[in-house]
Design a protein around this ligand. Structure first.
Ligand code: IPE
Ligand code: IPE
Ligand code: MG
Length: 230
C-alpha cells in the first residue's frame, strides 16, 4: 500500500463482536473484550499509516436496549480502556475526544472519558473521536438546541454554523468501514458522512486486523469520488 493515499477522516463502525463470541459458544461480552483488544492494536497501526482523524462507533444511543448484563460489561470495559489501555494512544501523540449524550452514562464512565480527554488534549499527531452513547439524529437535535440557546438568528444560520454546533468540529468523513457484513449506517455520523465512501467487509470486528485494513485502503484508493461533479 505504499504511495496510496489514506483518508483524512476514517470512520469505523465496530460490528460483529457478539457474533464472534456466539460462533465460539462464548458469552457475547467476551466478543466485546476481544473487539476492544483488537481495536487498541488496530488504532496504533492506523495512526502509523498517518490517518489524521479517526471516528469510532463504540456504543449507540439505541444500544441501551440490550440486556443489562451486556450493557454493564461494556460500561466497565470502557472504563478500563479509557483509564488504562488507550494511554498507548497518548504515547502515539493522539488526542481523544468524545461524541454523544452524557446522560444516562454512569458516572464512572463519564469520569474515565473526562480523564482521557484531559490526558491527551495537547497531543498533535492525530485525533480519535469516540462515539459513545451516540446517535446521529440526536446530534442534529442537540446542535439545533445549542443554536437556539445562543440566540442565533434565522438569517445567520449557515452550514458552518450548524457544523460548529455539532458535538465535535471535525472534517467530513471520507471512508467508513463497517465490519460483519451489515450494510447500514445505524445512525453513525449522518451529517459528516454526506459524501463518505462506504466499505462493508464480511469480517467480524475481532478478526479485522492490519492486513484487512490494508485491503480496505486498496479499496478506498480505487473509489472514484465525484462530489456531485463529473
Ligand atoms: C458491535 O458488536 C459492538 C457494539 C455495538 C457495542 P455487536 O455487539 O453489535 O455484535 P453483533 O452485531 O451482535 O455480532
Ligand atoms: C451499531 O451497531 C452501533 C455500534 C457499532 C456502536 P449495532 O449492532 O447496534 O447496529 P444494528 O442494530 O445492527 O443496526
Ligand atoms: Mg451489531
Amino acid at each position: 500500500m505504499r504511495n496510496e493515499k489514506v483518508p483524512n477522516h476514517l470512520g469505523i463502525i465496530v460490528d460483529g463482536n457478539g457474533r464472534w463470541a456466539e460462533k465460539r459458544g462464548l458469552n457475547r461480552s467476551l466478543g466485546h473484550k476481544e473487539g476492544a483488544d483488537n481495536l487498541k492494536k488496530l488504532l496504533l497501526y492506523i495512526y502509523d499509516k498517518k490517518v489524521p482523524y479517526v471516528s469510532i462507533y463504540a456504543f449507540s444511543t439505541e444500544n441501551f436496549k440490550r440486556e443489562k448484563s451486556e450493557v454493564d460489561f461494556l460500561m466497565n470495559l470502557f472504563v478500563t480502556l479509557f483509564t488504562k489501555e488507550f494511554l498507548t494512544l497518548k504515547e502515539k501523540g493522539v488526542k481523544v475526544v468524545f461524541s454523544g449524550r452524557r446522560d444516562p452514562l454512569p458516572k464512572k464512565v463519564l469520569k474515565s472519558m473526562d480523564f482521557l480527554e484531559e490526558e491527551t488534549k495537547e497531543q498533535k499527531n492525530g485525533v480519535l473521536n469516540i462515539c459513545l452513547n451516540y446517535g446521529g439524529q440526536y446530534e442534529l437535535v442537540d446542535a439545533v438546541k445549542k443554536i437556539v440557546e445562543k440566540g442565533i438568528k434565522q438569517e445567520e444560520i449557515t452550514k458552518e454554523v450548524l457544523e460548529e454546533n455539532l458535538y465535535q468540529t471535525l472534517p467530513p468523513l471520507d471512508f467508513i468501514i463497517r465490519t460483519s457484513g451489515e450494510m447500514r449506517s445505524s445512525n453513525f455520523m449522518i451529517y459528516q458522512s454526506a459524501y463518505a465512501e462506504y466499505y462493508f467487509p464480511d469480517t467480524l470486528f475481532p478478526d479485522f486486523h492490519e492486513e484487512d485494513f490494508d485491503r480496505a485502503m486498496d479499496v478506498y484508493n480505487k473509489r472514484n469520488r465525484r462530489f456531485g461533479g463529473n
